[in-house]
Design a protein around this ligand. Structure first.
Ligand SMILES: Cc1cc2nc3c(=O)[nH]c(=O)nc-3n(C[C@H](O)[C@H](O)[C@H](O)COP(=O)(O)OP(=O)(O)OC[C@H]3O[C@@H](n4cnc5c(N)ncnc54)[C@H](O)[C@@H]3O)c2cc1C
Length: 369
């Protein structure tokens, strides 16, 4: 049972196609029938990519892997009984279950957020963002992006690039609202400075130390009474765990993510594995929820599942890398390459990002084709 088609499960389906996984009956449960690759999402918004460029057809991939696709999300798991419940009410039994269901945007319980903001998960929501950005109403009230992390900054810069391509003047406000004192701080001063410079060049305003008290149809309300007009509010807050994980009988960390050992196996149920954002490694609980890790976990998960299906204890030991190269698109033909505390903004970095992203998509789109 593969719950969700996160990055790591793409590797599992590829392994099935290549017959690198023990013969078994595989069921994939996910309501999202296109896997949208997040690294290319800002480029989709800016107009660099079409929806097709960054999507993998889930049904076609499952068919090539010989897996049965059930187009429903999982809403509950009972590990003791080895059963999952699907959103359509169906109850399914499994021998081995692997979870790659990602995360959801945090803070959506704020008043008006679900009604008036567009969250970045599911990623298909970008279609709605594009539709609104392409309307005239934008010209009067502008755009707000809630969240000053890398995704928030990339989306704000991409929104400006799209508006410029639509001949909308830079006077139309784009505002990043963050509760932190500055934009993304985790990778040091240099990256932060470059993000700020990119925002200044794109006429993207940053409102920091801001606490939101409500999202309204045409504005954001801060707790100090300030109201920021917004015809489009993009919700780009950090990740949160899906609540049904902590509500299950699986061991989870304090934030509600499934706690796994270094073989990506649940610490409380040997028949359950988890990878990507939905999992927290007991040996490295502080690594970021990032696609880079979700991808690296893929081949490890394949080996761990192979062992489990053979009835063996998992032989893999996944050690996440401490540093990774982040490539942040500034939507002007350049990207910032950031490694550790080093950071440089060049066209070369954008070329590299485009190449890595397109290669990833092509690998799974063509697997077994
Ligand atoms: C705009 C944006 C840009 C980003 N850029 C980068 C980047 O450049 N580099 C980077 O490292 N990280 C980036 N990230 C973070 C990255 O997207 C996540 O860390 C990554 O997608 C997590 O991968 P995953 O495989 O765990 O889950 P996901 O890729 O989120 O996949 C989860 C899948 O499971 C499905 N699913 C969800 N819930 C259920 C359920 N209950 N039942 C069944 N199926 C379900 C979903 O529909 C989805 O198909 C970005 C995020 C955003 C929003």
């Amino acid at each position: 049972m593969l719950a969700g088609l996160g990055h790591a499960h793409l590797f599992v389906l590829e392994a099935l196609i290549k017959r690198k996984l023990s013969a078994c009956r595989v069921t994939v449960c996910t309501a999202e029938l296109q896997h949208v690759y997040s690294g290319m999402v800002p480029g989709w918004l800016s107009g660099l990519y079409s929806a097709q460029d960054l999507s993998i057809d889930v049904a076609a991939l499952c068919a090539r892997a010989g897996a049965t696709l059930l187009p429903h999300n999982v809403i509950a798991i009972n590990a003791a009984a080895r059963r999952v419940t699907l959103a359509n009410g169906e109850d399914m039994e499994y021998d081995v279950c692997s979870l790659a269901v990602g995360s959801m945007p945090s803070g959506l319980q704020l008043s008006g957020a679900r009604e008036y903001a567009i969250p970045l998960k599911p990623l298909q929501n970008v279609e709605r963002i594009i539709r609104v950005l392409d309307t005239r109403e934008i010209a009067t009230r502008g755009v707000c992006v809630v969240g000053g992390g890398l995704a928030g900054v990339e989306m704000a810069l991409a929104a400006r690039a799209r508006l410029r391509a639509n001949n909308v003047e830079d006077a139309v406000p784009i505002t990043i609202v963050t509760r932190d004192a500055t934009l993304f701080v985790k990778r040091g001063e240099r990256l932060r400075e470059q993000l700020e410079t990119a925002c200044a060049r794109a006429n993207v305003r940053v409102v920091s130390n801001a606490t939101l008290s409500a999202v309204r149809e045409q504005s954001l309300l801060l707790d100090d009474g300030v109201e920021i007009p917004s015809a489009l509010t993009i919700w780009a807050t950090g990740p949160a765990a899906q609540p049904w994980l902590a509500a299950s009988d699986l061991a989870t960390d304090d934030a509600g993510y499934v706690l796994v050992n270094d073989a990506l196996q649940s610490v409380s149920s040997s028949a359950v594995f988890a990878a990507g954002d939905c999992a927290t490694l007991q040996t490295a609980p502080d690594i970021s929820k990032a696609g880079v890790y979700a991808v690296r976990m893929g081949p490890m998960l394949v080996r761990a599942l192979h062992d489990a299906l053979q009835g063996r204890a998992p032989s893999v030991r996944y050690t996440p890398q401490k540093r990774w190269l982040a490539l942040v698109s500034t939507a002007d033909g350049r990207a910032i390459a950031s490694y550790g505390f080093l950071s440089i903004r060049t066209t070369w970095a954008m070329w590299l990002k485009d190449r890595i992203d397109r290669t990833f998509i092509a690998r799974f789109r063509n697997a077994g084709a």
